[in-house]
Structure formats: C-alpha cells, structure tokens
Design a protein around this ligand. Structure first.
Ligand SMILES: Nc1ncnc2c1ncn2[C@@H]1O[C@H](COP(=O)(O)OS(=O)(=O)O)[C@@H](OP(=O)(O)O)[C@H]1O
Ligand SMILES: Nc1ncnc2c1ncn2[C@@H]1O[C@H](COP(=O)(O)OP(=O)(O)O)[C@@H](O)[C@H]1O
Length: 193
C-alpha cells in the first residue's frame, strides 16, 4: 500500500520474463527454421528462456505417425499450439517454425492463446514459391517435379497465406542476419525483447 493509501500497481514484467508464442508460418524452404534458430540464439544471449518447437523434430516425437493430409496437418498444428501455449504461459519465448498451411488451424491456436491471455504472434515468412523451389533445402520441390512425391505445400497442396499476420517478413534479397534483425526489432516493439 502506498503512503496515501492507494494500492501500488505491480511493476510491469521485464521483456525477458514475458512468455509468447512466435509462430513462423510459410512454405517449405521459406526460411522459418533458419530464422527461428537465429532469433533463439539472440534471445538466449539476452537472457530469455527460449524453446524452438521445430516441425521436423515434432513429427519425430509428438506427432510421430502423422502424415500430410489436411486432417493430420491440423492435428499436428493444434498439438504444437497446445504445447506452445503451456510453455509461453510460463514465461518461455516459444518459436514455432511450422508450415501450418490452413487458416482455421492457425486461428484455433490463436483462439486458445487468447482464451488464456497468452501472447501469440503470427509471422508470415513470405518467400515466393519460385525462390523456395530454388533453395529447395530438402530436395522436396525437385522430388515433386520428378513425380516422386505429391501433396507438397504451395505446389500441389494448399497454402492459405495469413490475411492479417502480426508481421509479414520478406526474405528475398535479404541476408539471414537482416531478416533475423527485423524479427527481433518487431519483438522489441511489442515489449517482448
Ligand atoms: N508434402 C509435404 N508438404 C509439406 N512439407 C513436407 C511434405 N513432406 C515432407 N515435408 C517436410 O515436413 C516438414 C515439417 O512439416 P510441418 O510439420 O511444418 O507441416 S504442417 O504444418 O503439419 O503442414 C517440412 O519442413 P520445412 O521444409 O522446414 O517447412 C517439410 O520439409
Ligand atoms: N533472409 C533469409 N532468411 C531466412 N533464410 C534465408 C534468407 N536468405 C536465404 N535463406 C536461406 O534459405 C534457406 C531456408 O531454409 P529453412 O530455414 O530450412 O526453411 P524452412 O524451415 O522454411 O523450410 C536456408 O538455406 C537459408 O540460409
């Protein structure tokens, strides 16, 4: 209680103590994983608690057995969203470089965060499909073109680009460090870094 009897406001949490989910959505080879790990490194060095929920790793453990049908992708995304919210509610910066191609799956994750009062930032890593196919980090675009696989997001499977993300990041013509800095600056603006 203050000397004049008024209740004192609790001090605002420092950026390091504020949890949030930062979801990086975009096509395969857009740059989601690269940017998530670059941001994670910087945030950790600044004293944040950080967890990267990488799509590939999640599919090896939490979502083992799921494929790439619409239903399986939805299940995968909502599972990741569930875990992310729990961690973020406990002060962790959760970085989720996960394609999440369907708007309704992403909306479900957003709604769950909002219901719990947990910060959720949707970042669209908006690399054009032509450049993603050129990068082709895992050779998936080449395999699709050769008819060895089908159902590749953005090529012969849907990608519903976010209509109103918190941030749309362009990576074409930008160095990784530049895009990572833009993302970090955005978190700073939001009081999260
Ligand atoms: N058919 C098809 N479509 C899209 N992606 C495919 C496919 N098959 C395998 N992969 C690889 O799976 C990686 C993880 O996918 P995600 O869990 O992020 O996808 S999803 O959100 O459930 O749609 C994803 O990782 P990134 O390349 O890092 O995005 C792909 O490399
Ligand atoms: N500005 C940039 N931001 C992120 N990645 C970039 C950028 N410029 C070039 N790249 C390259 O693009 C590739 C993206 O691969 P990756 O991060 O695995 O994509 P995703 O996780 O979206 O499938 C990496 O080889 C990375 O070095």
């Amino acid at each position: 209680m203050a000397a004049d009897g008024a209740a004192e406001a609790a001090p605002a949490a420092a950026p390091c103590e504020r949890g949030a989910t930062v979801w990086l959505t975009g096509l395969p080879s857009a740059g989601k994983t690269t940017l998530a790990f670059a941001l994670a490194e910087r945030l950790r060095a600044e004293g944040h608690k950080v967890e990267v929920l990488d799509g590939d790793e999640i599919r090896e453990f939490l979502s083992k057995g799921l494929g790439f049908t619409r239903e399986d992708r939805h299940t995968n995304v909502t599972r990741i969203g569930f875990v992310a919210e729990k961690l973020a509610a406990n002060g962790v910066k959760v970085l989720a470089p996960v394609i999440a191609p369907y708007a309704d799956s992403r909306a479900a994750v957003r709604t769950r965060h909002a219901a719990n009062g947990t910060a959720f930032l949707e970042i669209h890593v908006a690399t054009p499909v032509e450049l993603c196919a050129e990068r082709d980090v895992k050779g998936l675009y080449a395999k699709q073109a050769a008819g060895e696989i089908s159902g590749l997001t953005g090529v012969d499977d849907p990608y519903e680009a976010p209509a109103d993300p918190e941030l749309r990041l362009q990576t074409q013509g930008r160095a990784v460090a530049e895009s990572a800095a833009e993302l970090h600056a955005f978190l700073t603006e939001r009081g999260l870094a």
